[in-house]
Design a binder for this molecule. Structure first.
Ligand SMILES: [Cu+2]
Length: 214
């Protein structure tokens, strides 16, 4: 992805917190050490915003600044499938220590070659038999490039964060982060090679940042 000066790209960034949109029925994943304390679903929100001129695979995260005040992860288990010679989805969000399920729903034999995008260190490289799956938990945060060496057109990206609050930015720049508890967060925007951070206070109700699109 090309370097872009995002200070000029931020036409708009808005964050709104909408109470009552959480899914309280999800169970903690087995990998999590402690069960999730009960959180009143009406206190959780959905943070939405818009990044101008996003590059493909841009990611937005919210890292709690007050860890004790926020709930543990509620995100679904991440999965990267292979369907008709394509990785689905093309960008997967995970967290440090949370297993990613690698699956092949294809009839072709593929391999999965994963490298850290920054260090190029190989995380693993293994073949996957059609109709099977395996899990792998990443221990280092960052972006990972995924490819199938048999079919060079098959590529994907995995983002491993330290927070459960993350979203892939859409082609139109829009992003939505669900199940966010009120609190103080550092928002990080990974837009290609460029990274931007700002502080966000998530409160009940609607919170629109300066410059947000109407
Ligand atoms: Cu392949």
């Amino acid at each position: 992805m090309k370097f872009l000066k995002t200070h000029a790209l931020w036409l708009a960034l808005g964050a709104s917190v909408v109470a009552g949109t959480s899914c309280s029925s999800q169970s903690p994943k087995p990998s999590q050490q402690a069960p999730a304390p009960r959180v009143d679903p009406s206190t959780l929100g959905t943070v939405t915003g818009k990044v101008a001129s996003p590059v493909p695979g841009a990611v937005v995260t919210l890292a709690p600044r007050e860890p004790a005040s926020v709930s543990p992860p509620t995100a679904a288990s991440p999965e990267l499938d292979q369907i008709q010679m394509t990785f689905v989805p093309d960008t997967v969000l995970s967290q440090v220590g949370v297993p990613v399920s690698f699956r092949s729903s294809d009839t072709e034999l593929h391999n999965i070659n994963v490298r850290n995008s920054d260090t190029l260190a190989q995380e693993f490289n293994r073949s996957i038999i059609p109709g099977t799956s395996f899990e792998h938990a990443f221990e280092k945060a960052g972006f990972y490039d995924v490819r199938c060496d048999i079919h060079p057109a098959m590529t994907a990206t995995i983002f491993v964060g330290t927070s459960p609050y993350a979203a892939v930015v859409g082609a139109d720049g829009a992003f939505t982060i669900a199940n966010v508890p009120p609190g103080s967060f550092t928002m990080t925007i990974y837009n290609g090679k460029d990274t931007q951070q700002q502080q966000v206070q998530v409160v009940a109700g609607v919170n629109t940042l300066p410059g947000a699109a109407s």
